[in-house]
Design a protein around this ligand. Structure first.
Ligand SMILES: *[C@@H]1O[C@H](CO)[C@@H](O)[C@H](O)[C@H]1NC(C)=O
Ligand SMILES: *[C@@H]1O[C@H](CO)[C@@H](O)[C@H](O)[C@H]1NC(C)=O
Ligand SMILES: *[C@@H]1O[C@H](CO)[C@@H](O)[C@H](O)[C@H]1NC(C)=O
Ligand SMILES: *[C@@H]1O[C@H](CO)[C@@H](O)[C@H](O)[C@H]1NC(C)=O
Ligand SMILES: *[C@@H]1O[C@H](CO)[C@@H](O)[C@H](O)[C@H]1NC(C)=O
Ligand SMILES: *[C@@H]1O[C@H](CO)[C@@H](O)[C@H](O)[C@H]1NC(C)=O
Ligand SMILES: *[C@@H]1O[C@H](CO)[C@@H](O)[C@H](O)[C@H]1NC(C)=O
Ligand SMILES: *[C@@H]1O[C@H](CO)[C@@H](O)[C@H](O)[C@H]1NC(C)=O
Ligand SMILES: *[C@@H]1O[C@H](CO)[C@@H](O)[C@H](O)[C@H]1NC(C)=O
Ligand SMILES: *[C@@H]1O[C@H](CO)[C@@H](O)[C@H](O)[C@H]1NC(C)=O
Ligand SMILES: *[C@@H]1O[C@H](CO)[C@@H](O)[C@H](O)[C@H]1NC(C)=O
Length: 770
């Protein structure tokens, strides 16, 4: 199909442009040249090379860009030598040197050559690499005489190397443009710092602006990692040390760009909107600026960015207007009284100003070695894969420690502390807290600290890659049938397991619901919400790719008498609290105000540690900031109340059978009135939970399902009630739909369509009322 299409294009090109065939070529030889206005196009039409004027500039430059995104220049040849007219030509000398000539054949720019060849060809490859090679040799990269990938501009494309060729001494690094109109080298560079262990750093001139944690064998620690989108690689041998990333999904267009203001951004092309979206942009937070807290302190970002002296250090000078302060070793640190180490978890390791690495030591030997030497201030594992291995030791001041940006991608470090400071209260780690006065921060810092750029994007997968990941949507890979189509288990090329939801064309979920779901989940990030990794819209297919949940859904355990005993009391409490936290985030803390509207046990997925994740946002609704009235919020409280009671009792609300009550709610209410609420609980738990706690949970559940919506607590109140065991709870009133009257014919209006309800549709009247 695609070949036919290309062939057709090719034929029409030949037909129409038969006079200027050179335009569509991807290579030049010494007898040919490229004039301003002509282009080289890579073989599958991905990249173009030609002359351009950036932004508002009048000058001409030779560059490479995406054919379908002409404004995105990924490489510039004559950055330092703008061309003032449109008479320049690009050609290749007989020996193989690329030259850019002006009208009088003066050289504007040329490529360097290590050796000359007889039959040179310059070719623009589909990777975006412009290479010079000998026509008679193979095209493996070792044989390139020259390649643009060795001379990056501000953009690192997939497959490009950032780092060092140790044999030739060539360092490949990115240099920012001066401005959007001027590609000449700006103040910022992005380089691989190879001192001790490789890490990525952005520099302002020669000053470090920002550094990642060291390469830990799998990722650069402590900066956001999107390893399901691309495969990061560090090669470190005697010939070369470099970083490279490769896209798993070649139709996805992504770049790593250093922009003129010094931000390093990973960008992904959203073809539908025809915009670039940043999935990370650094620095975007105060703490990410290199060493900004000064020596021996840690920068954290809990609610506000703040600096704290490390344990064993104290603030020397009160901060003045230019410097926040310096933390120095406290008086008691004399290295005589028997020092100990305390662990700081999930941090970015300090810079290797004075540090050593021994890869064959383990963590115990590392500790012993560090303890022996008074100047050793801290140690850590150099590799975190497996049980952890290797020994890093720091001597002298510890610079640039910060809490990791994403949970769980930081490392642990052990800091030397005098024994005298460890005695007494073992948990209280008293810190000198040094909150920077807000007036000292430039406004832009505060703004960027709060804005998070990476929550409004989602990657597009090709149908071919999704199909490959699920063995052609094979029945063996099928996990089940969701509300709107089958769900498959899949494995991406990086090994990550995913759940693939393939929406059937005749499913209730139309284009609108689909967009709704994508838009929503892509913007939501919470540990109790299932994470959308990407989607695929191709031909008639609409496919969503989620993180994989090995333990299926809550209903799978709850309503199966052979499995309910796998859910102990502690697990159920964690599930209930997790769902409550997820809902609270949806209602209150996410940028959008979201009402889920279809919360039920089958939509609560469980990860490998049985942590709950809310899924299936196909019917969810987004509300504007003020639109979300307390009444609407309280509606979802009902769903939650039912789910809570189901989780405690292992009984489904709807097909509940009991002689006296017709629903679980009615039964719970009857028991509550008789002061026998604890009888509701699943018998397998009866020895695990205390009577008081159990009563409390049932109380909260019943408060959520009260007949009058105005009486129901908000999710914020629910979370407080569940987590703070000392809050006194009000007595619940009669629940809604506790009798047969409410159970029959419940119809939930969803997106204009009436739908017969299968789950906990206890909110009919309120939904109508809105
Ligand atoms: C530039 O070089 C070309 C090819 O070598 C030649 O034909 C042309 O006359 C030269 N132009 C000038 C102005 O020297
Ligand atoms: C072409 O380049 C040469 C050498 O750089 C320079 O001397 C000459 O003035 C340039 N000619 C034009 C028309 O720019
Ligand atoms: C060519 O090599 C020279 C000297 O090594 C260097 O100054 C120049 O920047 C190089 N030019 C290019 C385009 O790499
Ligand atoms: C390479 O050389 C062969 C034989 O001389 C020739 O047919 C072919 O066109 C050349 N390829 C390029 C890209 O110039
Ligand atoms: C050049 O590389 C391409 C893709 O890697 C390969 O298909 C082709 O056979 C190579 N050509 C030669 C002459 O080695
Ligand atoms: C680059 O640095 C120079 C001084 O080193 C400064 O004057 C200039 O404003 C800086 N440019 C940018 C874009 O930061
Ligand atoms: C980079 O340094 C220049 C001065 O050398 C300064 O004006 C500029 O603000 C610095 N940029 C950043 C992002 O810190
Ligand atoms: C993408 O485009 C759609 C409509 O064309 C718009 O609603 C949406 O906000 C856009 N998304 C972004 C991230 O710009
Ligand atoms: C602020 O502290 C720095 C470093 O301690 C010092 O060099 C500078 O003079 C101090 N400035 C003022 C105004 O005290
Ligand atoms: C690394 O540690 C091992 C085990 O303690 C030791 O034998 C070796 O000499 C150390 N290597 C270096 C370079 O210090
Ligand atoms: C402590 O470590 C430093 C840095 O490696 C070294 O220079 C010094 O000799 C060591 N001191 C002792 C007593 O081992």
């Amino acid at each position: 199909m695609e070949n036919l299409h290309l062939l057709y294009n090719f034929i029409s090109c030949v037909f129409i442009l038969s006079i200027k065939l050179s335009i569509a070529a991807d290579n030049i030889t010494p007898s040919r040249f490229i004039r301003d206005g002509e282009k080289l196009v890579s073989s599958s039409q991905r990249f173009e090379l030609g002359f351009f004027s950036p932004g508002k500039s009048k000058y001409r430059y030779l560059g490479i860009w995406y054919k379908q995104i002409p404004d995105t220049i990924v490489w510039v040849a004559n950055r330092n030598s703008p061309i003032f007219d449109s008479n320049a030509v690009l050609t290749i000398s007989n020996g193989g040197k690329l030259v850019l000539l002006n009208q009088t054949n003066g050289t504007i720019w040329s490529s360097n050559l290590s050796r000359e060849v007889k039959n040179p060809v310059a070719q623009l490859l589909d990777t975006g690499n412009l290479v010079v090679r000998d026509n008679f040799s193979s095209n493996s990269s070792e044989d390139y005489l020259w390649q643009s990938f060795d001379h990056p501009s501000d953009t690192l494309l997939a497959g490009m190397k950032l780092g060092w060729d140790l044999k030739t001494g060539l360092e490949r690094y990115q240099t920012s443009w001066k401005s959007d109109d001027d590609p000449s080298p700006g103040n910022y560079t992005h380089r691989l710092d190879i001192h001790v262990l490789p890490k990525l750093c952005t520099y302002n001139g020669s000053v470090k602006l920002l550094c990642s944690g060291p390469w830990n064998g799998a990722i650069f620690a402590a900066i956001p990692s999107y390893s399901y989108l691309y495969k990061p690689t560090v090669v470190d041998n005697e010939d070369e040390i470099y970083y490279r990333y490769d896209s798993y999904n070649s139709p996805v267009i992504m770049t790593l760009k250093l922009n003129p203001s010094g931000k390093i951004q990973h960008l992904i092309w959203n073809e539908r909107n025809r915009t670039w979206e940043a999935f990370f942009s650094l620095p975007d937070r105060f703490c990410q600026f290199y060493g900004h807290c000064g020596a021996n302190s840690i920068c954290s970002f809990d609610k506000k960015p703040h600096c704290e002296c490390l344990k064993g250090f104290e603030l020397k000078s009160h901060h003045n207007k230019t410097r926040p302060g310096t933390c120095v070793r406290s008086q008691s640190s004399d290295c005589k009284s028997g020092d100990r180490f305390i662990m700081l978890d999930d941090v970015k390791l300090p810079d290797f100003v004075e540090a050593s690495l021994n890869e064959s030591m383990n963590v115990k030997e590392c500790e012993a070695e560090c303890l022996k030497n008074c100047t050793c201030r801290a140690y850590a594992n150099s590799k975190v894969t497996g049980e952890g291995s290797g020994c890093l030791m720091w001597f002298g001041d510890l610079i640039d420690i910060r809490k990791a940006d994403d949970r769980n991608n930081g490392q642990s470090i052990y800091i030397r502390v005098p024994a005298s400071e460890l005695g007494g209260k073992k948990l209280l780690w008293i810190l000198v807290i040094l909150v920077l006065p807000a007036i000292l921060l430039p406004a832009s810092y505060i703004i960027s600290a709060n804005s998070r750029t990476r929550d409004s994007w989602f990657p597009m997968f090709s149908l071919a890659s999704v199909s490959a990941a699920t063995a052609n949507f094979s029945t063996e890979n099928k996990l089940g049938e969701g509300g709107f189509g089958p769900v498959y288990k899949g494995r991406l090329l990086n090994g990550q397991e995913v759940a693939v939801k393939r929406l059937s064309s005749q499913s209730g979920q139309g284009q609108e619901e689909f967009k709704n779901e994508i838009k929503l989940i892509a913007k939501l990030q919470h540990r109790n919400l299932v994470r959308l990794l990407g989607c695929c819209i191709e031909l008639e297919e609409k496919i969503l790719i989620y993180e994989y949940m090995p333990n299926k859904s809550l209903d799978f355990f709850l309503f199966d008498s052979t499995k309910e005993n796998l859910l102990g009391w502690g697990t159920r409490v964690r599930i209930i609290e997790g769902i409550a936290q997820g809902l609270l985030y949806l209602h209150q803390y996410s940028r959008l105000r979201v009402i889920h509207r279809d919360l039920k046990a089958s939509n609560i997925l469980l990860d490998k540690d049985m942590n709950p994740k809310i899924s299936d946002f196909g019917m969810a609704r987004i509300f504007g900031g003020d639109e979300l009235q307390s009444k609407t919020k309280r509606i979802v409280g009902t769903y939650f109340g039912v789910l809570l009671l189901e989780t405690l009792s292992s009984k489904r609300n709807t097909d509940f059978s009991n002689t006296n009550s017709l629903t679980l709610l009615g039964h719970a209410w009857d028991l509550w009135k008789d002061d026998r609420a604890w009888e509701l609980i699943d018998p397998t738990l009866q020895n695990e939970a205390s009577y008081l706690i159990l009563n409390r949970y049932i109380n909260v559940g019943l408060l959520c399902v009260q007949e009058d919506a105005a009486d129901r607590p908000t999710m914020f109140e629910v979370v407080s009630m569940l987590t703070n065991k000392t809050i006194n709870l009000p007595h619940p009133r009669q629940p809604a739909f506790s009798s047969i009257r409410g159970l029959k014919n419940t119809i939930l209006p969803a997106n204009g369509k009436a739908r017969v309800c299968s789950g906990n549709c206890l909110t009919l009247s309120e939904m109508d009322a809105r």
